[in-house]
Design a protein around this ligand. Structure first.
Ligand code: 6PG
Length: 473
């Protein structure tokens, strides 16, 4: 038997599909799963007739791999990854490499990279986006860590990744935890996009009274526009079409409105707070999921806290277009926040990120893939030092042209008592970013008043403190 080019540990949904993707590009693979029945089932079903060799111990697994060994670990993020690494370490030899393709916390990846590099092994923490379909046919890949290991992997990764007009959706992201950091921010943006779409749906349904056929048509139409064409808008249009076979009602309306999360959105917010980068749209999206989960409490509160009653008397078609504009402006702000966070993290952690390339590899395969990522790519390629996406010529004009509609949508939402936390957070971000004067002069005065925290002045240099209570006028 020829030695295997690539090994996969962990045959859950993502591992299984990535393994089949690699095999389909002409690379002989080896697979191992802790529970052997899972491996047997895979071999008898999806791997049948394919160039896949099964192993039932890690010793056997590493022996059938060609050197340097390339081992993709697809197990649950956290402790399970450390456990597999611990078991593999004594079996591998210098130059071999481990790739962690799960949604690991970038700090764990940083630590693992350091530990493994010190033993002569390579470690690549790789963000993988695209779900089941993407994993099988072409995901977006965000590998970071040992650069020499990435070079060894490049011929395989460039083949299994999604392909777009300007190349495969993979690039070396940067050292240490860079790959998982970028994947984490991708997920923060994913949360933002999903929440913004949910708010648009709420307005279309509860202000304008659109039914599911109309909702499908609106989203299908938006998906044809340069501004909103994207995977998430496309699947939203599909969702509105789906009728529950049992009840004959639109399935989406039968789903409990309590959102789950696995943590990557929250991690993005935590990191932004630590780095001092405002990402209010993504924060609003995380909070929206959290409050949605308080279903019973919300039901009880609804009995006691009635909202306003309002009726829409305007032009429905025109208002649909305004919601579309508000969605686009809000989305631009969310991406501006995400890119600003990446820029700061790059500086802080020495990732040396190429933001244009990052936007490019998100153009295909991943959950946030969208037509407008090409514009983001160009904006950062033209000016890698762009301080904020909102200042890129094409984005600046787009938002200025639509801001009136955006503001009107928020006013109507308020009149109807419909929460639009991510739309609002985006507009507040825009207004805070563009204003010359914010009220934090008062905040500074208060800090100095109660805590002698001092302040700076606009009319002269220096650091000042005032005994505020002693002066009455
Ligand atoms: C992707 C997704 C994926 C993520 C799920 C669930 O890029 O393919 O981001 O990695 O795990 O979307 O995330 P939540 O459970 O946190 O919504």
């Amino acid at each position: 038997m020829t030695k295997r080019t690539f090994g996969v540990i962990g045959l859950a949904v993502m591992g299984e599909n990535l393994a089949l993707n690699v095999e389909s590009r002409g690379f002989p693979i080896a697979v191992y799963n802790r529970t052997s029945s899972k491996t047997k089932e895979f071999m008898e079903q999806r791997a049948k007739g394919k160039d896949v060799k099964d192993a039932y111990s890690l010793e056997e697994f590493v022996q059938i791999l060609e050197r340097p060994r390339k081992v993709l670990v697809m197990v649950k993020a956290g402790n399970p990854v450390d456990k597999v690494i611990e078991q593999l370490k004594p079996l591998l030899e210098p130059g071999d490499m481990i790739i962690d393709g799960g949604n690991s916390l970038y700090e764990d990846t940083e630590r693992r990279t350091q530990e493994l590099e010190a033993t002569g092994l390579g470690f690549v923490g790789m963000g993988v986006s695209g779900g089941e379909e993407g994993a099988l046919h072409g995901p977006s890949l965000m590998p970071g860590g040992t650069e020499t290991a990435y070079k060894e992997l490049e011929p395989i990764l460039t083949k299994i990744a999604a392909q777009v007009n300007d190349g495969p959706c993979v690039t070396y992201i940067g050292p240490g935890g860079a790959g998982h950091y970028v994947k984490m921010v991708h997920n923060g943006i994913e949360y933002g996009d999903m929440q913004l779409i949910a708010e648009a749906y709420d307005l279309l349904k509860n202000v304008l009274g659109l039914d599911h056929k109309q909702l499908h048509e609106v989203f299908a139409e938006w998906n044809t526009t340069d501004e909103l064409n994207s995977f998430l808008i496309e699947i939203t249009a599909d969702i509105f079409k789906y009728v529950d076979p049992e009840t004959k009602k639109p399935l989406v309306e039968l789903i409990l409105d309590a959102a789950g999360q696995k943590g990557t959105g929250r991690w993005t917010v935590v990191s932004s707070l630590e780095l001092g980068v405002p990402i209010p749209t993504m924060y609003a999206a995380v909070n929206a999921r959290v409050i949605s989960a308080y279903k019973q409490e919300r039901l009880a509160a609804s009995e006691q806290l009635p909202g306003p009653t309002a009726k829409f008397n305007g032009d429905v078609k025109a208002f649909i277009n305004k919601i579309r504009d508000a969605l686009y402006c809000s989305k631009m702000c969310s991406y501006a926040q995400g890119m600003a966070l990446l820029s700061k993290a790059s500086e802080e952690f020495n990732y040396n990120l190429d933001l244009g390339e990052t936007a490019r590899i998100w153009k295909g395969g991943c959950i946030i893939r969208a037509g407008f990522l090409d514009k983001i790519k160009s904006a950062f390629q033209e000016n890698p030092k762009l301080p904020n996406l909102l200042l890129a010529p094409e984005f600046k004009q787009s938002i200025l042209d639509r801001q009136e509609a955006w503001r009107e949508v928020l006013m109507v939402a308020n009149q109807f008592g419909i929460p639009v936390p991510a739309f609002s957070a985006s507009l507040d971000y825009f207004d805070s970013y563009r204003r010359t004067q914010l009220p934090q002069n008062l905040t500074q005065a208060q800090r100095d008043y109660f805590g002698a925290h001092t302040y700076e002045r606009t009319d002269k240099e220096g650091v000042f403190h005032t005994e505020w209570a002693q002066v009455s006028e």
